[in-house]
Design a protein. Structure first.
Length: 79
């Protein structure tokens, strides 16, 4: 399973969990561009990279240098 992560305005990490059906139809890159807020860099990661302990979820962080897979787009529709 694949996840899309990006840094929130508060400095935390947002996680997008697309369905496999959406990935099969549109591709993970198109989903990321559509769903990540405009102008925000993102990274596509394997689900195993996301901490399983959600008790400290608000404390998750990521270095900007790791967000290298693309930038969120302006549209919330698939092109």
């Amino acid at each position: 399973m694949t996840r899309i992560i990006y840094k929130t305005d508060q400095g935390g990490v947002a996680v997008i969990i697309p369905t496999q059906e959406a990935i099969d139809i549109y591709g993970i890159d198109a989903i990321a561009i559509k769903d990540v807020p405009a102008g925000k860099p993102y990274k596509i990661v394997d689900a195993s990279a996301i901490p399983s302990d959600r008790t400290e979820r608000e404390a998750w962080t990521i270095d900007d240098a790791e967000l290298t897979d693309g930038i969120g787009g302006d549209s919330h529709e698939f092109n």
